[in-house]
Design a protein around this ligand. Sequence first.
Ligand SMILES: N[C@H](Cc1ccc(I)cc1)C(=O)NO
Ligand SMILES: [Zn+2]
Ligand SMILES: [Zn+2]
Length: 291
Amino acid sequence: SYAIDNQATVNKLLPQLQDSNVLATIQSLSSYQNRFYTTSHGVNASNWIASQWKQLAGNRGDVTVEQISHAGWPQKSVILTIKGTDNAAETVVLGGHLDSTVGNGTGESSRAPGADDDASGVASLTEVARVLLAGNYQPRRTIKFMAYAAEEVGLRGSADIAKRFKQQQTKVVGALQLDMTNYQGDEQDIFLFTDYTNAAQNTFLANLAKAYLPDLTVGYSQCGYACSDHASWTAQGYAASFPFESSFDNSNPYIHTRNDTLANSDSQARHALKFSQLALAYAVELGSDGP
Ligand SMILES: N[C@H](Cc1ccc(I)cc1)C(=O)NO
Ligand SMILES: [Zn+2]
Ligand SMILES: [Zn+2]
């Protein structure tokens, strides 16, 4: 139904989102030599995210953090679950990918900071989880934060997870992908991608921006191919959306190189914070709907 009717909660939580926290997470993740899906660093980065999310979870009985093993490579995906109250069977997914690459030939010693692609997305999401949990927000639906492994080698971590959810017949009412949130290539702030996504949910996101983030401008663009993990959820028939940092034409030229650094994106993570804000509004408005 995509109703926008949780103004009290959203407007209480939005101001608690801090760009300094987003910045810190990007700095930590991009300090690993690389986060490629087959290296020791890539495994360590996954473990670091799991430990960070476990700290956020604290001792809340309705919050769990798990690492998902994938057949064929060592890097695990990470899932933080906030169990819903009276509509827990319906699930809202917010994801980003934790791996990084410098293209073919990436190996143990390769330098792949992946500050924008996609430490920025994981950092934007982590700040949303922090505020929801710190504010003791209790969703009616179940909310799952996901940091996917092995996106750069064919969306493999998210494909594995989305397939499992479909096989288990899990009711995912919506999935949001944050991949590259911290390089402002255009005047506009947020670009909703219209291919491999769900049109109705994209409209809902545009309406959320209008309602809660009136100073931000929203544009539209296309990738032309299955360019990030939202496509894994779409492939299983779920409604997915992909708010992105720029238009296709002005996207970050440094990605997949050793120069994908904070210095070559927003060094204060102000751009990435906009995506935390949109993602928080999405999580609360969708998460607060009853059966
Ligand atoms: N291809 C995607 C990134 C990507 C997505 C959209 C656009 I426009 C440009 C680049 C990738 O590398 N994800 O990790
Ligand atoms: Zn990439
Ligand atoms: Zn990416």
